[in-house]
Design a protein around this ligand. Sequence first.
Ligand code: UFG
Length: 328
Amino acid sequence: MKILVTGGAGYIGSHTVRKLKQAGHEIVIFDNLSSGHKDAIKGFSLAVGDLTDKSALEKVFAENNFDAVVHFAGSIEAGESMTDPKRFFDNNLVNSLNLLEAMLAHDVKKIVFSSSAAVYGESEKMPVEEIDPKDPTNVYGLTKLMFEQVLDAYDAAYGLKSVALRYFNAAGADPSGEIGADHKHKTHLITLILLAALGKRDAIKIFGTDYPTPDGTGIRDYVHVSDLADAHVLALDYLKKNNRSDKFNLGNEKGNSVREVIERAKKITGIDFKVIEEGRREGDPAKLVASSQKAKDILGWRPQFDTIDQILETAWTWHKNHPDGFEK
Ligand code: UFG
């Protein structure tokens, strides 16, 4: 298939375009490079553009005969969504509507959408299943949930078929060591731990040691970015074969606490970096673990890097070889 990938120069996007190419798809990336990196997508066709720019969208759709869209572009920092909600509603909702408008104008009726475990908020039931209540605790999660609902309405009214993939905690890096996480605003636990190991940060802070978990620290479901990338290939196959919309959790169905991740990282790096215990970070649930049974049963998804050690090892290879990220 010929596929437009918005945000394809970003972290999950750049890993996904590699997998799509390996699966034989033809890719055009649409990215404004505000947070993505050209070096992450060497050899790929890139249209530099912004989803606010309807004429740029019109141009890329007019010049290519796309079969489907994979939509990553958007704002991702959950904390910032509470202080700057406008940016999140603009980027994740309004700009995404521009994309759908261009798709419908060119009769492109298949989309894979980057959603998030943030749609669930503080779920009481673990592991979380797709049908469980959705009650986001931040605007970021709210925009992801709202756009899922937009997609449902566009299916009912216009026959636009979508697969929403709800990522849990994306981590790790392509095993080649060539690409990995390089976010402008670094908030993710595994990146911050490895930067502390490299001496790029003084210490890693544990946000909260009084959670109702076995060791008192927060538990998350870390899932490898290359496994997430595989799921997009499968989602496109699913849309092509079934022409039906659906939503899937993507996680490893295992929980690791902050302390466990730090201990494993010390083992894998061989470096004893400094750890500081702090109070809780606002809005953080105690525990978030996925059921991914549905993705396994229906998409045939089989995660290949399903241990925290494999995730840390690949991330470590990336950060060690690129201590300052891309373009340095
Ligand atoms: N944490 C620390 N110290 C840090 C950073 C994080 O202790 O310096 C803890 C957090 O409190 C949490 C865990 O490590 O318990 C993971 O935190 P991350 O910031 O890495 O990830 P989150 O679980 O907060 O959020 C991630 C994505 C969101 C997405 C969410 C979905 O960053 O975009 O997963 O589950 F919405």
